[in-house]
Design a protein around this ligand. Sequence first.
Ligand code: ZN
Length: 407
Amino acid sequence: MDVGAYLPLIAALIALLLGLAIGKAWERYKLRDGRWIDRRKARDSQHYVLGLNFLVSNQIDLAIEELSRAARVDADALEIHMILGNVYRERGQVSRAIQVHQALLQRPKLTRLEHSYVLLCLGLDYKRGGFVDRALEAFKETLRLAPDNPYALLYLEKLHEEQHQWAEAYRIRRQLVELSGPDTQPKNQAILGFLENALGSDALKEDRPADAARHFESAIAHDAATTPAYLNLGDVRLHAGDVAGAIAAWSQLIDVAPERAHLALARLEQLHEREGAPQRFVERCRAFIASRPHDWRVRLMLGAHLTRQGQAPAAFDLLLEALDQNPHGLTVHQAIWATLLQLDLARPLVQRYIEAARGAVFFLDPHVCLKCHYRSTELLWQCPHCHEWNSFVEERMAAARQASAEL
Ligand SMILES: [Zn+2]
């Protein structure tokens, strides 16, 4: 499926909804204000309805044509011009969008609410055009006029995130938490957790380990699933000489997020090797594998470890188990090749591998964003495409032999 094909439609729908929301608010405001100019003329025109229909069916050129006609029926119809500007922006004509929206700002009798919506549209234009400072200013100005506008807060937060201004992003997310209902709390806590984790990483870079540790602990308190915070907290504690504390943080990660256990185990492997007790790492892995029969990452990890320790026969069995769970993982195949080489390509073992691997299709450790389907060869905490936090899952496909058996 080509997700990219849907994006213009989604963008157009957002533009449309924003325009409609403005139209509604505008009408309410008119009534309250006692101003009663008949602006329904433009909205009642067939051009307006046709334009919206074209917009929804993603026929953007026709939509622009009809909406422009509707706008000419009544030059005062603010929301039609606003939608037109949004459509220009969404199809990449940013300077044209800016022109349209800036012209609306020049209108003499804009209400406070109208003014705030036009600024919001302008901010989106600037953002799209890459004018970050002007976009920031426009969103801030929107919020000065309408402090609870959730769109402005959301876009402002994202801009700060893109600039790695985590403290500002965190402050805005707290505002959004106060504005939103209880059903969005888990999502909000998860975002706050990742922002705290980012603040901790910054503190670490600035050599403030105590602050960093506090941020990482706070990240975990916001949401126990903030996986990187456990890793970072362990790192800080280890650096401060608190070995038991580091082990505690990493062990906690293994308990709360077993699908990410390999990240903590990689650190424990290093630690125990440095302590001269690699057997402790092997025991941890064995205990984990015993409780998670479908895991392949820890089997892979332990297999590679044993190979390095010169225990290739034991490693080979583990790696074949990992292959059975994840036949497409190139990293598993690579580890098996290394192990087979150490065993001087013992013919019966090579034979077993070839049989196990038959039908496997190679992918390089694929991960996919659940929100936008962006693919990455590694696990990322924030999607570089849609900027969602913690949206990556590993991509798993049925083994080729299973699929063909089902046909
Ligand atoms: Zn994404």
